[in-house]
Write a protein that binds this ligand. Structure first.
Ligand SMILES: *Cc1c(COP(=O)(O)O)cnc(C)c1O
Length: 364
């Protein structure tokens, strides 16, 4: 927390705006629109997951549809496809950004069309804050006329060719869950290109109440709106977003410089034109057993680290769905480790991590 959060929350109490609407909700949405710096409309919601769910509904996804989803992601990217009764089609990653591979994406689209069904949407993810190959992916989306849902849950503060992540999708989503670059304890947002899409999302998020003096419903609604208390935290967090990005990037630089001499460890560089918020610093080891050794060595020192996200096509719950694979996401899962990356890590904390790793590799 930065400090200003409590002031906004206190305001909500003082004015008795304790509801899923109010001045903080409007203020937080405006702050985000201003920050994103494009003509976009932001709707504050209960979570990034609910934003993804509403995105699918806005794009008309239902039971007979297929939706392409980056396999290397967190499960929340894919779950809403199932909420809609649709079928996820998983696509593997490329090595430059670890995100959805343009070549395989096109292969998948062609094959699904040949099998009789054009995918209804593509969910692309800027994983760990690293922008996916926006130009390539969006060109494919345009040429096949399939809209993109941009999962920017991990990448608020990242940019691609100077434009903020969270503004590229036909619809985009953000997350303010407890572990993200800024947090409202739990929360998310949908980012749309039209006012009417935002209005539809907010309508569905507030139980789809038609305009009538009584409770009248002609759609199935959801309880997905952000509360005014939570939005107060968000307004305060917006004041420290840039600071958090700077800190996360300096965490990455510190790790990279300190571990530079260890040949077994590699990092993901930013491709030209990409600027990552470095939400998490991830390293690749030489193989799975070495990765596990390093993880357990850190654990012995009471330092938490975690293997890179296990791809969706390898998750028991998704294993039976179609997938288009090249082995990249599986390799990253085997060899990759997320290091402690918090915005409040001290220099002493960071040194403790790197010293433990250096000791393991017998480097001083
Ligand atoms: C966190 C996350 C989500 C879900 O956001 P919540 O706010 O936790 O529902 C979706 N996609 C990715 C890639 C995430 O990391």
């Amino acid at each position: 927390m930065g400090g200003a959060e409590q002031k906004y929350v206190q305001e909500a109490f003082d004015t008795n705006w304790v509801a899923p609407l109010g001045p903080n909700v409007n203020g937080f949405e405006q702050d985000l629109q201003l920050y994103l710096n494009e003509k976009r409309y932001v709707g504050a919601l209960a979570s990034g997951t609910s934003a993804l769910h509403l995105s699918l509904i806005l794009l008309g996804v239902n039971t007979r549809d297929e939706v392409i989803c980056q396999s290397k992601t967190f499960s929340a990217s894919a779950n809403p496809i199932i909420y809609q009764g649709a079928t996820p089609i998983f696509v593997d990653s490329e090595c430059d950004t670890w995100n959805i591979c343009p070549d395989l994406l096109e292969t998948a689209i062609k094959d699904r069309i040949a099998k009789g069904k054009k995918p209804k949407a593509i969910i692309a993810v800027h994983l760990y804050g690293m922008p996916y190959k926006v130009n390539e992916i969006h060109n494919i989306s345009k040429s096949y006329n399939i809209p993109i849902i941009e999962d920017s849950a991990e990448s608020l503060g990242s940019t691609y060719q100077g434009q903020k992540c969270g503004t590229f999708g036909d619809i985009s989503i953000l997350s303010f869950n407890g572990n993200k670059i800024i947090t409202t304890s739990g929360g998310g947002a949908i980012v749309t290109r039209t006012q009417s899409d935002k209005d539809k999302a907010v309508f569905l998020a507030t139980q789809a109440r038609d305009n009538a003096p009584h409770y009248e419903h002609s759609h199935i609604g959801f309880n997905y709106r952000m509360s005014n208390i939570v939005a107060g935290i968000g307004r305060g967090q917006m004041q420290v977003l840039d600071k958090h990005v700077k800190k996360r990037r300096s965490n990455y630089e510190f790790y990279k410089q300190s571990l530079n001499d260890i040949n077994e460890i590699s990092f993901l560089d930013e491709p030209i034109g990409s600027y990552s918020n470095r939400w998490l610093t991830c390293i690749l080891l030489e193989n799975k057993s070495q990765r596990e050794d390093v993880r357990l060595t850190l654990e012995k020192e009471n330092i938490e680290s975690r293997p890179l996200w296990k791809p969706m096509h390898l998750q028991p719950v998704f294993a039976d769905f179609p997938s288009y694979m090249n082995g990249v996401s599986k390799g990253l899962f085997d060899k990759g480790l997320c290091l402690p990356s918090g915005s409040n890590l001290s220099k002493t904390d960071l040194i403790r991590v790197t010293t433990t790793i250096k000791k393991y590799f017998k480097v001083c």
